[in-house]
Design a protein around this ligand. Structure first.
Ligand SMILES: *Cc1c(COP(=O)(O)O)cnc(C)c1O
Length: 224
């Protein structure tokens, strides 16, 4: 299958999950995760008409940001404090906010508010980043006063599993967390979005209310 064929199949799968969920496909932002591929291959993905691209490493992200125009850049991986200044001004969204230290550093290095997703470790896997669900409210409240941090949503990664009820349960829980944060009515945390769903589980994520899908391997690198 060529990239173009994979793209059309993906769009069809997203559309059919949306009809199943009774949702409008315009509610969904598809982020192509291009971390697996070269600059040239990333340009081919962009040429399909996908303008939201996701990267998880500072060095690679910077190279691509310099080379490819007209992109909304999503930084989806953890950031180290000392690297924040290299990338802070160049990204449009940060999906993995889970530490106050990084929030403070981003706040300092940005000249305008950065749209952030707070990552939540719903499944409590030790290998995954994210704030624990129980600590989420306190974490988001601790961001008050950081005028360049705006919490537009929550992000999670489900366990790698084909157990539908397990995976959907994680997504359902993130959706509940969003309700809790919205109820706080914080001006800097409208928290309207849910960044959840990857190659293996995006259909379930759509059924549970995802607004931002982060899809890599099935689109850009099917061999992985
Ligand atoms: C790599 C990555 C993805 C994409 O995963 P695929 O399974 O390749 O679709 C999504 N989110 C994050 C945080 C990632 O690091």
């Amino acid at each position: 299958m060529t990239l173009e064929v994979r793209y059309h199949k993906l769009i069809e799968d997203i559309q059919s999950a949306c009809s199943k969920a009774n949702r409008d496909v315009s509610e969904i932002t598809l982020i192509a995760v291009t971390k697996y591929v070269t600059i040239d291959e990333t340009k081919q993905v962009h040429a399909l008409g996908i303008h939201d691209l996701g990267e998880n490493r500072v060095k690679e992200a910077k190279e691509k940001i310099e080379e490819i125009e007209d992109v909304t850049w999503h930084f989806i991986g953890p950031l180290q404090s000392r690297k924040v200044k290299e990338i802070a001004e160049q990204i449009n969204y940060f999906h993995a906010l889970d530490r106050l230290r990084i929030a403070k550093e981003l706040n300092k290095r940005r000249s305008s508010p950065l749209e952030c997703f707070v990552q939540v470790n719903i499944s409590k896997e030790a290998t995954k980043g994210g704030v624990e669900q129980e600590a989420l409210k306190d974490f988001i409240q601790s961001l008050a006063g950081l005028e360049n941090i705006r919490v537009v949503g929550l992000m999670t990664m489900a366990p790698h599993s084909d157990d539908e009820s397990l995976v959907r349960g994680v997504f359902k829980e993130l959706n509940k967390c969003r309700d809790d944060i919205q109820a706080l009515d914080l001006p800097y945390a409208p928290c309207q979005y849910l960044s959840m769903g990857m190659s293996n589980d995006f259909e379930w994520a759509i059924l549970e209310g995802a607004t931002h899908l982060r899809i890599g391997s099935t689109l850009v690198n099917p061999e992985r």
